[in-house]
Ligand binder design. Sequence first.
Ligand code: C2E
Ligand code: CA
Ligand code: CA
Length: 634
Amino acid sequence: MYYFGDYCALALVAILSLFYFPDRRFLTRTSKLFAMCLVFIAANALLDLLTGCHQHWIGSPIWVGYLVNSAYFLCNLLTTSCIAQYLALKILEHVYGEHCIRQMRILLSIIFWPFVVIVLLNLWNGWLFYFDQQGYYRRGPLNAVGYAAVLMQMACVTVCYLRNRKYVDRSLSHALLQTFPVGVLCIVLQRMYVDIMLNSFLLSLVALVLFLNFQGPRPGVHSLTKLNDRIRFFKSVKVQIATGKPFQVLLIQVRHFSEINRRFGYLAADEILYQFAFSLERQFPQASAFHMNGTEFTLILPSATEISSQANARILLDFLDGGIFCLHQQVHLSYNVVDYLSSSQDHKAGELYEKMAYALRLARRQDLPYLRYTQNIGSQMLRRQYLADRLQTIDQEHGYEVWLQPVFCCKNQRFCSAESLIRLREPDGQLISPEEFIPLAEETGQIFQLTWFVVEQVCRLLQDPRMDSLSAVSINVPAQQMMATGFLDNLNRIADGCGIYRNRICLEFTERSIPGDFSTAKEIMEQIAGAGYRFYLDDFGTGYSNFNLLLQLPFFGIKLDKSVTTSDSGRADMALIGELTHLFHRRNLQVIAEGVETETQAQALLAEGVDRLQGYFYARPMPPEKALEFYGKQ
Ligand code: C2E
Ligand code: CA
Ligand code: CA
């Protein structure tokens, strides 16, 4: 019974060591200290067992007894010093107060060294312990002085905590709340049951608390910020839904964090993220904060009304605009916030999050720092989900139709080219506009297949003799797809397979879709143009229009966007179109005006020297059979 505590301590230390695998490359001061704690606790228990052995081998020399017992006293205090140091480091981890750490070390050694002196003096005066004439161990008058030293160490940690509690995160407060009672219990129990040696066992319990709170894997907690993780988020939302009470969820995405990584370095950027999470949690003490992943955070707030939820959102936005004080400076982060007020329709945590994630995508796309989730966004999302399913399961040959919109040539006054425009036919016969499903197909990558389908349909149409009057058909292709390997080979295979002159195929893409690597884009376009195909720049006037760069690419023509050609047909706009046309003509580029809806517009554009006109005034997009008829008659 006497050594029961020591056996338990050894077992616990052995178990903790089995689960404690600090990454050797990133050994921090705290993880080294923790390892030292484990070693000291094991040494404590072993020394205690040795003291017992000495008692039983009455014959063994008395100096062995003094040596082992003195070592035991010192080892005990070394262990508690290590634990105190560990806690102080944890408290000061994000304060970056090296001088605080130094002060703490000095304080702890002020407590430790006099104790060492007492242990040494004990060899002469027996104040701590001594051996009587029969060789039995006896407690001296200062036997409990070690506990006084431990209490002083605890006082140091408490002062350190109180002085820096502004920076201390919740998990540390929890750990301290658990460690201190264990420490006090250790002292009280040991004083009450002097015959059972509990010191080592209770120290190992403290190590267990530290392990569970800091060193070990902590399920449900994000390793970087120590906030609850996404699994806990879903659990909490589930519980909230079950209570039936309204609540608010705020989703925060910190944006352009790669920029922060570049500017400050990865370690400092981690610290910024930590401080962000920490301040976020402080800012909303009534909320539960979660670190979902990367730079995405959520807050769940009990919020009963529209007004209180708006107030919460306001506080959050003010907090975000204020920036984070970190690394001795104010760091400003850009962000998107989605604000969601739960409704009685919410049944599943996953669905709620999906809605928020969709709203977040919208906010990002539209560059909105704040977006409140509405029913309207909900219906948009449902529609999108429907379309996504539809695109997944659609049978290309029967679901899609390639329509043509004739383009009018001003020079020879007839329709000499066309643009192919895809349509999605619903089972009930209705058509879905490409404006709705093309962005989705681009996101999912299905656009690649779709482009090839359009290319094949267009080539087949061009084989028809009724299309002989048609000089070319434009196909919309995302620039990224053109840059992909094998694009030209595939295009050649289809066009040559149908026996179509390559210059009857024009590829249209927008400036926005040109990838960042401009020189590679140029090189590939030159190869494709060299093979005989033509390029048009689509939607001119809607992008950023870096003229100099654009004009270096081998375009055959430029398509002026509807927004350029339809702006009230005021004089100034027409003058601008005139100047642009002039400029493009000087560069040997053909100019096509899109969105021509009225005769006045057409006349004005003709007067400015535009080469081709496309729009409802001339012809609307039409299904292939109609197009064949249309051109056949021509
Ligand atoms: P876009 O390439 O700018 O195509 C022109 C759009 O303007 C077409 O819309 C056409 O119907 C419409 N339009 C033509 N004349 C007029 C007019 O006078 N007034 C007005 N208000 N609109 C006119 P549509 O067919 O709905 O296509 C929308 C967009 O979808 C296209 O814009 C293009 O970006 C994309 N798209 C269409 N088909 C394809 C395709 O096969 N592949 C790819 N990647 N994108 C496509
Ligand atoms: Ca186009
Ligand atoms: Ca266009």
